[in-house]
Design a protein around this ligand. Structure first.
Ligand code: FES
Length: 104
């Protein structure tokens, strides 16, 4: 069964995207300006560069490498594919992420 893993404090992503490791997966945690917390594999669907180096623009994350726009669910129109998106909960100020059991 997949498990929820504490990936850090909600305040850690207040200033922008943050790279972390959940299970054995490299993940980027970030929050849209509207407050949605997103956990994606830290690999751009374009060429696999680190999304954690990107910047938040409204409800999207902009990859700094070629400027592609990534939605909170990982979808990227320009690439025609998505970064893998993981389930997220925020409880008592902690960000909990559920990743597939095989990667933990
Ligand atoms: S690697 Fe992200 S836009 Fe090209």
């Amino acid at each position: 069964m997949d498990e929820w893993i504490d990936a850090g404090a909600e305040t850690d992503i207040a200033a922008g995207p943050r790279a972390t490791v959940v299970g054995n997966r490299a993940v980027v945690l970030w929050r849209t300006e509207g407050g949605t917390v997103s956990a994606l594999d830290d690999a751009c669907p374009h060429e696999g560069n680190r999304l954690s180096e990107g910047v938040v623009d409204g409800e999207d994350l902009i990859c700094i490498y070629h400027g592609f726009t990534i939605a909170a669910d990982g979808w990227c129109d320009a690439a025609g594919s998505a970064a893998r998106c993981h389930d997220v909960r925020v409880r008592d100020g902690r960000v909990l992420v559920r990743v597939p059991e095989s990667s933990s």
